[in-house]
Design a protein around this ligand. Structure first.
Ligand code: HPA
Length: 271
């Protein structure tokens, strides 16, 4: 991690975003609509920020949105960076470091994921209870900056129990089905084979995707409290007799948009 690069990005952003954000939101594929709910938005395009990577994938707008959500100061990443795009993990997680420097204490990470647990249904939301890093990569490899966090971070409570309880209570109150399970991160960009999906189920995974884990590792290293939400956009390969496509992923996020928005806003209000 390059501290100077981090400071340049942070200083640039602070010229535009006057109020320090407390809550950070990372919005996954098709879930960027949440940023439209932010009041008095200040938008900063990724490509204008010094040292920021630039998003390439369809369905990702590529900007930071600052403002108020449910009365709280937030910053949302509308579009994230993926390892499969070719970025090294320190680039993928650079925005999380910037968020930390800006004052973010709590991070809500969202993604689109394939359902591995056969009890899940397409369109369910899943609270991430824990993850399995199946990327064979770790964003903390390299010299450790002790001012950022410890060399050997503890991930026993990576996804805050306190915030998970809040999310479950809010979902129940809103009558929104909220599954809970283990998110497995693969590199992508291929979807899995049916054999891989069986392996993921055997190793304890409930959902599979291509993001989130690097950002959460860095957020925990930096001492943030983390909540993760997956939108089960499709059943993972081999469960249903259908080909998987990015179009289906985006269609499902559009279908569950209202529940997703309502739940995340209530969580933001309460945490
Ligand atoms: N596999 C991996 N990533 C995904 C999937 C999937 O089935 N659906 C959405 N993101």
């Amino acid at each position: 991690m390059n501290k100077q690069a981090l400071n340049e990005a942070t200083n640039y952003i602070q010229e535009f975003a006057e109020n320090a954000p407390v809550i950070g939101l990372i919005l996954g594929s098709g879930l960027g609509v949440l940023a439209k709910e932010i009041e008095q938005p200040v938008k900063i395009q990724y490509d204008s920020i010094p040292n920021f990577p630039v998003s390439t994938v369809e369905g990702h707008a590529g900007q930071l949105v600052f403002g108020k959500l449910e009365g709280k100061q937030v910053v949302a990443m509308q579009g994230r960076f993926h390892f499969y795009e070719g970025y090294p993990l320190d680039a993928v997680t650079f925005p999380v470091r910037v968020m930390k420097q800006l004052g973010v204490k709590q991070l809500i990470v969202t993604n689109a994921a394939g359902g591995v647990n056969e009890e899940f249904e397409v369109g369910n939301l899943m609270l991430i209870q824990d993850h399995i890093n199946n990327m064979n990569q770790n964003p903390l490899i390299g010299p450790n900056d002790e001012t950022e966090g410890v060399r050997f971070p503890d991930l026993s409570n990576a996804y805050s129990k306190r915030m998970r309880t809040i999310a479950k209570d809010e979902a129940a109150g809103l009558n929104i089905t909220l599954q809970e399970g283990v998110y497995v991160a693969n590199t992508g960009p291929c979807y899995e084979t049916p054999a891989e999906v069986k392996m993921i189920r055997k190793m304890g995974g409930d959902a599979v995707g291509m993001s989130t884990v690097p950002e959460v590792i860095v957020a925990r290293h930096a001492g943030m409290e983390v909540l993760g939400l997956s939108c089960i956009t499709n059943m993972a390969a081999g469960i249903l007799p259908q080909p998987l496509s990015h179009e289906e992923v985006i269609e499902t996020t559009e279908r569950v948009r209202e529940d997703f928005l309502t739940l995340v806003k209530r969580i933001v209000l309460t945490i």
